[in-house]
Ligand binder design. Structure first.
Ligand SMILES: [Zn+2]
Length: 133
């Protein structure tokens, strides 16, 4: 039923090359780790704990974006789960905000950081993303 919005993976290298496009939103669904492990510059934070309750806020926050990239620490459980949950929500609520791609970052934040990609340690919410462009 939601095959049209199936969740697929994107590698860190692919994400880095796409990241300069203004129509991508990166959604970090880690919980407390975000505050002490750093984050991808410019990413939004919607913790997996309580994620379902904030999906309508999330849809508002990403208005105008056509590609959403979810991740958690390893993108094995929380990242894909929240991505599917949002895909189902859009399907069931018949929300059409122009979101075409819902992706999950392979290997999550830990893989991103381990491969030397840019990270940010600001305490701002939302992160303004300085330092990536
Ligand atoms: Zn930041």
């Amino acid at each position: 039923m939601s095959a049209s919005r199936g969740v697929s993976f994107i590698s860190g290298a692919q994400l880095l090359s796409l990241k300069r496009r203004p129509n991508i939103a990166i959604i970090d669904v880690r919980d407390d780790e975000r505050s002490y492990d750093g984050h991808i510059p410019g990413s939004l934070h919607y913790a997996s704990d309580g994620f379902s309750d904030r999906m309508s806020d999330l849809v508002r926050a990403v208005r105008g974006k056509d590609t959403l990239v979810f991740h958690c620490a390893l993108s094995q459980v929380r990242g894909p789960t929240c991505a599917r949950r949002l895909a189902n929500y859009l399907e069931e609520m018949k929300v059409d905000e122009g979101i075409k791609n819902i992706l999950v970052l392979e290997k999550g934040y830990n893989g991103w950081e381990a491969s030397g990609k840019p990270t940010c340690r600001c305490g701002d919410a939302p992160c303004n993303g300085h330092g990536i462009q």
